[in-house]
Design a binder for this molecule. Sequence first.
Ligand SMILES: C[S@@+](CC[C@H](N)C(=O)[O-])C[C@H]1O[C@@H](n2cnc3c(N)ncnc32)[C@H](O)[C@@H]1O
Length: 252
Amino acid sequence: MLLSNRVFLSLKSLRKVSPRRWHHTSLTNDLINNMDKKATWDRFYTENSRKGTFKNFEWFFGFHSVKEFILPQLQSMSHSPAPLHVLDIGCGTSALGPSIYTHSQCAVKVTCADISPVAVRLMQEHAESTPVQPCNPASTLVFREMDCTELEGHFEPRSLALIVDKGTTDALVRSKDGRVKAGQIVRQCLTVLRHPGSLLQFSDEDPDARLLWLEKESQGSEVTADVSVHEVGELRGVTYFCYQITPCTTQH
Ligand SMILES: C[S@@+](CC[C@H](N)C(=O)[O-])C[C@H]1O[C@@H](n2cnc3c(N)ncnc32)[C@H](O)[C@@H]1O
């Protein structure tokens, strides 16, 4: 579905889509079965980029649907002049990270990370060809190719203020071999998040399933965590949630 200059998609909509509207190509099969594989996403972003001029591809929805979960939280943490480090894990070609950079009143250092070098290159090229001014002149924006199961190799422990994940964990937990990787990402996030700081997962998975899974996965971490859920709202017949995972200040 095309909305203004952004394309929106979710796994639920992929599965529901009528064969007459969507050819059941091998790429669609790949998306349904192999969303934890770098090759699937390289192919996905390569095929998307062939459609012409660059368009941000948004899983679920765009920045404006979730900005109320993000901007006030950053504002509440901005007590020092040093920029708050924000990481978008599995950024794809979403405008989420760039929009945080543009709209945050407090200084932020936004890193948009993805395992797909194709997505990272497209984002980098788009940012260079269409530069935007941040709300705070001290803010910065970078794009990095990165396997987010290995965050500790890229970031210092307790260095990040906010990690956002729109659809990445959903993609992993629903693919055959992805659950283990999704758990690794949660534990890595807990290690690199500072206090106070949070991981926000934007998801269409029901709280019954996700909360149990998060509780189990965060138990395997050296850092204990509080988990809460907020409803983002209903869009196109699907209810979306924001899962907030916050490292506890008292470590065991
Ligand atoms: C469902 S898409 C979501 C993309 C984007 N967050 C959005 O809202 O449109 C999942 C993304 O996660 C990325 N991904 C999958 N496994 C990853 C990993 N281990 N490390 C980093 N990114 C990964 C994929 O390349 C893909 O861009």
